[in-house]
Design a binder for this molecule. Structure first.
Ligand code: MN
Length: 246
């Protein structure tokens, strides 16, 4: 499913979803959404995002959400992200914040049980019901302690309620948007996120290595693995101290 198609679909479901519980500020009246992005950056982790007050409150969860009742995983609260970013699946170029490959691993609506989202966030305890494509059921996030200056708040995400059904190996590396694996998202390289641009996601044509007939024949003879399209850093404008001469 393409991004455009997906966006159209999302808007459709949003307008028909029941109003979220509690006060929702702003004009939007829909169940708040959550997204989990699988992110192969310097290290592989999952970014868990909850829509609150027009942004995604975000946690980096190295091991992903636990599935067995009573299990706890570390979740480090990170910068808020734009709602637009929640739909992003593709690559982030080298040298940019979060450089690597991003998959929309799961998405759906969530409810804050027994309170409104912001109240839960502020109190440091959030009992959530997730209604995702993969994850359904209850989880609880608890803030461990108030961070010292400059530290990121550390939370624990716990599986509460029942065990979540086990995911198949295939599902563990399958996009909720496009069914692609991380490897495929990286190799196809059809969308890039440039955090330093005003237009957020730029669609690029898949980059394919140029291969001559001779190179192909040679590759065949030497039994080299077929070359995968590799990430090629796009050329950027660079500030120069000197004016061009002439
Ligand atoms: Mn991340």
């Amino acid at each position: 499913m393409g991004l455009k198609e997906y966006k159209a679909k999302r808007d459709f479901t949003r307008t028909h979803e029941p109003t979220g519980a509690g006060r929702s500020r702003g004009r939007s009246r829909h169940a708040p959404s959550f997204v989990i992005q699988k992110h192969a950056a310097r290290s592989l982790h999952y970014d868990f995002r909850l829509e609150m007050e027009g942004v995604f409150k975000s946690w980096a969860v190295p091991k992903g959400l636990p599935t067995k009742r009573g299990e706890k995983h570390l979740a480090v609260q990170v910068e808020d992200h734009s709602l637009e970013y929640g739909d992003f699946e593709g690559t982030i170029p080298e040298g940019e914040y979060g450089a690597g490959t991003v998959m929309v691993w799961d998405k759906g609506a969530y409810e804050m049980m027994g309170g409104d989202p912001i109240g839960g966030l502020e109190s440091g305890k959030m009992h959530l019901a997730l209604h995702g494509q993969k994850l359904k059921g209850e989880w609880t996030l608890v803030r461990m302690r108030h961070p010292r200056d400059g530290d990121k708040p550390q939370w624990l995400v716990m599986k509460t309620g029942d065990d979540a059904p086990r995911l198949s190996a295939r599902n563990k590396d399958k996009s909720a948007l496009t069914k692609r694996s991380l490897e495929k998202i990286a190799s196809q390289n059809t969308a890039q996120w440039r955090s330093n641009r005003t237009s957020k996601a730029t669609l690029t044509k898949p980059i394919r290595p140029r291969r001559t007939r001779r190179a192909l024949l040679k590759a065949d003879r030497t039994k080299l693995p077929a070359a995968k399209p590799r990430f090629v850093e796009p050329m950027k404008c660079v500030l120069s101290k000197k004016l061009p001469i002439g």
